[in-house]
Design a protein around this ligand. Structure first.
Ligand code: PMP
Length: 406
């Protein structure tokens, strides 16, 4: 890069604090892009990694299998919405989206419907940085735009305006309903982020919309892929965001917090119908990455799940939600602020104009907090183990910095 934003050197991280190499300590408001839900340097996760390291760091997952993968798959099946009992492990969130898309395409081609290759998504979505994932990100505000010439052309319904907690305004589903009706014969799947659209705009939408989408997918026999890479493992106040609407997708993508933020690992889960469909012509899923089901990552992920479900995570997330609401409320009337919204352990301040990231970041670091804004969004997504005073430090810094940068 010719003119990069400043980067701060990190020496270590512990609990909810990141220590810079110059000795300064920052309260973490980001969970390292949503993944470090238990904070950093977590004894139980360190122990799981060390124990697995003594057995094997890695072994190929073709023709071989191992306990860490089997145990993790068992845990996931027990946790996710019922019916998703087939698990494919891969390297990262973006790759799990690629795998989900491949599952859907292979499902239809194996049933003699090779023309069903298109995907339907909603505007304002974000699904990752690889080409298949990019092709279903928001076509305007995603990076998508720069690569339009080489991306497959998919379909995008309007973003639902009805907010989380509100009933669905009837016209909100019209665009989606029209597109699925008009294109059902060529659609392989619908892909969306349930309830919370993350990097595409941090928008929380009505659970009724998700319910309607799931019903329309069933009616038109189109597969539904839920991308819970950002929302999975409790972030929205439910273990999985699909639970807000009581739906089970055909395919589910998980990543980020899967390993508690320790290692890169993702999973694509599917129903038995999808799994059987993919193999209907005798084939196997056409994907086999080198580090598939990496034992080290699987062992840490299994321990991270145990840590989560044996912790009072629901109370913790509810307490974070209440404190974020109270802490960010003073910004709502600010003339430069367009909207303040909170759901689970996610607090968002949307500004009217794009923020000056480098300047804001410096001011946050000066106040001892780590907050990384983008575009018109300044948001908090702390580890679930954050304490009240640390949380107040984060919201206090947001209020101060955003008030003074008028
Ligand atoms: N889907 C969603 C909803 C995401 O938030 C992200 C990451 N920001 C991805 C997919 C891509 O995951 P990864 O960065 O691990 O490739």
């Amino acid at each position: 890069m010719t003119d990069p934003l400043p980067a701060y050197a990190v020496a270590s991280a512990q609990g909810c604090r990141i220590r810079l190499s110059d000795g300064r300590e920052l309260v973490d408001g980001m969970s390292s892009w949503w993944c470090a839900i238990h904070g950093y340097n977590v004894p139980a996760l360190n122990e799981a990694a060390a124990a697995q390291l003594g057995r094997m760091a890695h072994v190929m997952f073709g023709g071989l299998t191992h306990a860490p993968a089997v145990e993790l798959a068992r845990r996931l099946i027990g946790l996710v919405p019922q019916g998703l009992d087939r698990v494919f492990f891969c390297d990262s969130g973006s790759v799990s989206v690629e795998v989900a898309i491949k599952m859907a395409l292979q499902f239809w081609s194996a049933q003699g419907r090779p023309e069903r290759t298109r995907l339907l998504s909603i505007r304002g979505g974000y699904h990752g940085d690889t080409f298949g994932a990019m092709s279903v990100c928001d076509p305007v505000n995603g990076m998508h735009e720069r690569f339009t010439a080489v991306l497959p052309r998919h379909l995008f319904a309007d973003r639902p305006k009805s907010r989380y907690g509100e009933p669905l305004a009837a016209r909100d589903i019209e665009s989606f309903a029209r597109l699925i009706r008009a294109h059902e014969g060529e659609l392989a799947a619908v892909i969306l982020e349930p309830i919370v659209q993350g990097a595409g705009g941090m928008w929380f939408y009505s659970a009724d919309y998700l319910r309607e989408v799931a019903a329309l997918c069933r009616r038109h026999d189109v597969l539904l892929i839920a991308d819970e890479i950002a929302t999975g493992f409790g972030r929205t106040g439910r273990l999985f965001a699909c639970e807000h609407a009581g739906i089970t997708p055909d395919i589910l993508c998980l990543g980020k917090a899967l390993t508690g933020g320790y290692l890169s690992l993702a999973a694509t889960l599917a129903t038995e119908r999808v799994a059987r469909g993919v193999s209907a012509d005798g084939g196997v899923l056409m994907h086999g990455p080198t580090f598939m089901a990496n034992p080290l990552a699987c062992a840490v992920a299994a321990r991270s799940i145990d840590l989560l479900i044996t912790s009072p995570w629901q109370e913790r997330v509810a307490a974070i939600e209440a404190r974020l609401r109270a802490g960010l409320a003073p910004l709502a009337p600010h003339p430069d602020v367009a909207d303040v919204r909170v759901l689970g352990a996610i607090g968002v301040v949307e500004t009217r104009e794009p923020v000056r990231v480098a300047e804001l970041q410096r001011r946050f670091v000066d106040r001892g907090v780590w907050i990384r804004p983008f575009g018109r969004l300044v948001y908090l997504m702390p580890p679930y183990v954050i304490c009240a005073s640390e949380l107040d430090q984060l919201t206090g810094a947001m209020v101060e910095v955003l008030s003074e940068t008028r």
